[in-house]
Design a protein around this ligand. Structure first.
Ligand code: ZN
Length: 232
């Protein structure tokens, strides 16, 4: 395994989470010449109300949709871990996979879901993903004595500078996405199996949400995060 540095890593439970929660921010980072890598933990194979759709077909569709959305945003690489939807479990294997990726891409910033929401978007896979990512960053990716086999492979310790948690109940950091809102919308529309049914409502809802996030700002549209500035 060789080291392939990218400044930003986005880790999500499902295909489409990154677009709903952080695509405007991702587009801003890409504009700023940052390399962004996506890691999608599950294959999204249960995300339908259509009883005719087979899970394996849905997984394939959602992978294509996620690739298209990432391309729209200028994301450099998309990695699919392929766990079944709704069955992401916090295992030593998952944590090690995440540590391996963090040590390979060595991001300054990691964007993921807030695992600690109580009354908003408390999806099982979101809790597991957010917790496993935070644990992978600290202490496991940092400490050379964690996973000596990775060290032997050339994947030494890495310190992430900041974590941005989206879908949060405690937002304390906002990104101005006024100029990238249209790109966010275009990326969301790539997830046709998830957003197709919204039609024009999608833009309206996304705009309202972004306006709400920006209500105390000088600009119109924002994405909101809980930001953790790592202290090392
Ligand atoms: Zn999700």
């Amino acid at each position: 395994m060789t080291v392939k540095p990218a400044q930003v890593m986005v880790v999500t439970p499902h295909p489409d989470d990154a677009e709903f929660g952080a695509a405007g921010t991702v587009a801003c980072l890409v504009k700023d010449d940052k390399d962004v890598v996506y890691v999608i933990c599950t294959n999204g194979n249960k995300g339908t109300s259509d009883r005719q759709t087979k899970p394996e077909d849905l997984a394939r569709t959602r992978q294509q949709e996620q690739r298209a959305a990432a391309e729209t945003l200028g994301v450099k690489e998309v990695i699919f871990l392929g766990y079944p939807d709704q069955e992401l479990e916090y295992t030593p294997e998952l944590r090690k996979q995440l540590v391996r990726l963090i040590r390979t891409y060595r991001p300054e910033t990691v964007i993921t879901v807030d695992p600690y929401t109580r009354y908003f978007w408390w999806h099982h896979d979101h809790r597991v993903c957010g917790q496993a990512v935070m644990d992978a960053i600290f202490p496991y990716a940092r400490d050379h004595l964690a996973y000596p086999d990775l060290l032997e492979e050339g994947l030494g310790p890495h310190k992430v500078n900041e974590i941005l948690l989206f879908n949060t109940e405690e937002p304390d950091y906002r990104v101005n996405i006024t100029d990238t809102f249209d790109t966010k919308l275009a990326a969301l529309r790539c997830h046709r199996s998830q957003t197709g049914a919204f039609g024009q409502e999608l833009e309206k809802r996304m705009r309202q949400w972004a306006q709400e996030n920006a209500r105390e700002e000088e600009y119109e549209l924002a994405e909101a995060f809980h930001r953790i500035d790592m202290w090392w």
